[in-house]
Design a protein around this ligand. Structure first.
Ligand code: CA
Length: 424
């Protein structure tokens, strides 16, 4: 067992039972502290730990990385580039320092305020500089639902869908940290009864419940990553809300795919949870039939049991859970996505982000977008304040949460939140 994942571990920092951040998590993020400084950080319970300050005091010595340099950065890229062994050793050291029976940092003469901060006193930042961003389309339920609504229920999936993980190149500039609010986008749409397109705010504002992984190892142009090696090239995961304008999308997407309907804002949860921390929650992926080509075959449990939920909160209203899904429903796993992405020699870089595509499950309450939940607006959802939603309205807040849970440990990602502001 990975030492830092031992379910028996407890921290001397208090952690409530429903916290996403027990000592077995040790995620990585970037935080701005009260003194205005921005450094790499981790979190236990409701305490954010400044890794640069910890390194400055010598507590991260001898873990095989240039700790002062990498943790001083306002981005995790340099740390991630240190490689999988370094991620693991760093987690283990942090785990040791904060275990209940270790008094190194919990003695009266230690000024904990140098490196420990209440979550309420820090501002989380984008944790990585994202180089390239790719969005897949890997949920069979989602692809089937969308194909059924927009094309033909009898041929909902295109012929390629079960043979390769369909994806497209997106834009990294508009991927933002949780808490960033997004204006309703303007754009071109073509109403059904119109002969020519019109310009205006999208009327069909939607979310897409996704997860994304962060590439942890660069490759050279021409190199491939095998499914067997793929997980060594993945640093960790975040919850990802891929905001979408369905009416803009429907008009613009032929023949090259989504463009402005998808790049006006995507929100990520603030803490990157390492694959190592998720390891106890591995599960099998769905059986793939027909059999895939050899380069997409894999062995072992390649998915993760991650509960996902979406809540919609009207202004001055309460949270309404509109979706409960799970990452394990994904037809294509991350190893296959990375193997496919590089099969042609396309190089990837540390910090690249790859999103799963909308994660819908088999039942209507597990659909990962308003498009599916309201079935193109034909089945409005009732909220607790009596109002209805076909799509997202101005001043609605969208909250996504993800967590793994077994009998002893809960590992979560923290909230992924955005509020939809009126069009500019
Ligand atoms: Ca998407």
């Amino acid at each position: 067992m990975i030492k830092a994942n031992n379910p028996d571990l407890e921290s001397w920092i208090e952690v409530s039972v429903d916290s996403d951040f027990p000592i077995q998590n040790i995620p990585f993020g970037v935080a701005t502290f009260k003194n205005g400084k921005t450094h790499c950080a981790t979190r236990i319970g409701d305490v954010v730990i400044d890794l640069y300050e910890l390194a400055g005091l010598g507590y991260l010595d001898n873990i095989g990385i240039d700790d002062l340099r990498v943790f001083k950065q306002p981005l995790l890229n340099d740390f991630i580039a240190c490689g999988k062994a370094a991620w693991s050793v760093t987690r283990e050291r942090i785990s040791e320092l904060f275990q209940k029976d270790n008094l190194t940092l919990n003695e009266a003469d230690i000024d904990q305020s140098v490196f420990m901060h209440a979550t309420s006193e820090v501002t989380m930042q984008m944790p990585v500089k994202i180089g390239d961003y790719t969005d897949f389309y890997s949920s069979i339920e989602h692809a089937t639902n969308v194909g059924t609504m927009f094309r033909d229920p009898d041929n909902a999936l295109f012929p390629n869908w079960k043979h390769l993980p369909v994806g497209y190149h997106g834009r990294s500039s508009s991927i933002v940290i949780s808490g960033t609010n997004i204006h309703r986008p303007m754009g071109q749409t073509k109403p059904n009864d119109a002969d020519v397109p019109v310009y205006g705010p999208t009327r069909l504002f939607d979310f897409e419940l996704e997860m994304a992984f962060i590439v942890g190892k660069s490759t050279k142009l021409g190199d491939q990553i095998s499914t067997e090696d793929a997980e060594d090239s993945i640093f960790g995961m975040v919850v990802f809300n891929d905001l979408s304008a369905r009416d803009i999308q429907r008009w613009e997407y032929v023949p090259l795919g989504p463009f402005l309907a998808k790049n006006f804002g995507s929100i990520i949860s603030p803490w990157i949870v390492t694959l190592e921390a998720l390891d106890p929650f591995r599960v099998d992926t769905p059986t793939q039939d027909p059999e895939v080509l050899p380069y997409l075959k894999y062995t072992g449990k390649k998915s993760y049991d991650i509960h996902l939920e979406v809540l919609v909160q009207p202004e001055n209203g309460s949270e309404n859970k509109v979706c409960h899904s799970n990452f394990k429903y994904m037809y294509w796993n991350m190893a296959q996505q990375l193997a496919h992405h590089t099969v042609n020699g396309c190089n990837v870089n540390v910090g690249d982000m790859m999103a799963s595509g909308t994660i819908s499950g088999p039942t209507p309450e597990s659909y990962g977008s308003m498009l599916e939940l309201s079935w193109k607006g034909t089945k409005p959802l009732k909220l607790s304040d009596g109002s209805e939603r076909k799509f997202i309205l101005d001043n609605d807040t969208i909250i996504m949460r993800g967590y793994c849970k077994n009998n002893v440990v809960r590992i979560g990602f923290g909230d992924c939140i955005t509020k939809v502001l009126p069009a500019k």
